[in-house]
Design a protein around this ligand. Sequence first.
Ligand code: PBG
Length: 397
Amino acid sequence: MAAAQQAQAGGRGSRHLIGRCLRNHWCLMAFPVTRLRRLRRTDQLRNLVRETRLTPDAFVYPMFVCAGEGVRKEVRSMPGVFNLSVDEAVKEAREVHSLGVPSVILFGLPDKKDEVASGAWADDGIVQQAARALKREVPDLIVMGDVCLCEYMSHGHCGIVKASPQSLGAAARDAMNTVRVVAVRSSEEKAKAIEAATSPLVAHASQTNYEIDNDASLELLARTSVSLARAGIDIIAPSDMMDGRVAAIRRALDEASFTNTPILSYAAKFASGFYGPFREAADSAPQFGDRRSYQMDGANLREAMREIELDIEEGADMIMVKPAMPYLDVIAAARDRFDLPLAAYQVSGEYAMIEAAARNGWIERDRVMMESLLSIRRAGASIILTYHAKDAARLLA
Ligand code: PBG
């Protein structure tokens, strides 16, 4: 049996191999001449040869802004993360900045939601108010604005929802099949009877057979981006996953003379269970269906490269992969292939898992926190959006 095969077989074979290895010259090039442990002996040596370093200036801290004053409401599934009124957000932003974290990204909880996401693009929208206050009070902090409609839509989807025409047809056919005879005495009663017979059907159809209208949503996303830029947002970060949105946003920003406002595109955003706690924090869970018809399928690496490529062609200045830890291979492939600044989002579920396990005493929180951030950096992300930004920055100080 050849030595290599014996080694594979293990047991007696591998002991035999080591014996031969020590006598044979080919092996002298490796063990014991090469001892990788030499450079692991002390803290100083390990530090000297460290390949990847974490620094607070890679971090972006996400914040959830809500109406009111003095509001600081902890998110149940994200201990340490709060819904903040604008005044509290300013305090938080000062702290973030003083810890050496250069940037925050804002999400809004509007007072009212509707079918056209008015709260996203209103000039007195909650994020617009917060942006003005933050840029006034902490001018050196880079303020990013997440551009999406889900937090502002009554149905919680990231775009305009329309019933698909085919399904309304199907609904009508169903209606014909269940015709009931109703006696009416006046045209008013007739109208009421028709309404009573059809409205549950239409509601049912629009909830089970609906579509997110891509092109109609672009107009609202572009409008939102211009409104945010006007309020002082430094970087526009679209997270909606509509096709063509980077081009639409770039065009609208340029037309409104915001030619210098960069776009950080959530280019490869996967439909993920790891967003669960965020949907509580931002009150943005879809009321029906899920986001799989617009966010990416977690199985697809090559498609992620196409998403990124398209966003770059459309004018993205920076690209993002999200979530981070379950998609480190996507981060690494993107780093390999594209030369734009690359961000990764360590999302709410990643944060919540670490916090929950630590609270149970099952893991060492700080250690796992730093290890997970380091892994994201090592995979190739130069910018990390993370709810751990403040605590990690404190440890790095
Ligand atoms: C908005 C948006 C989401 C996140 C960022 N922007 C939620 C979603 O797509 O459902 C998730 C962030 C997180 O989980 O921390 N579309």
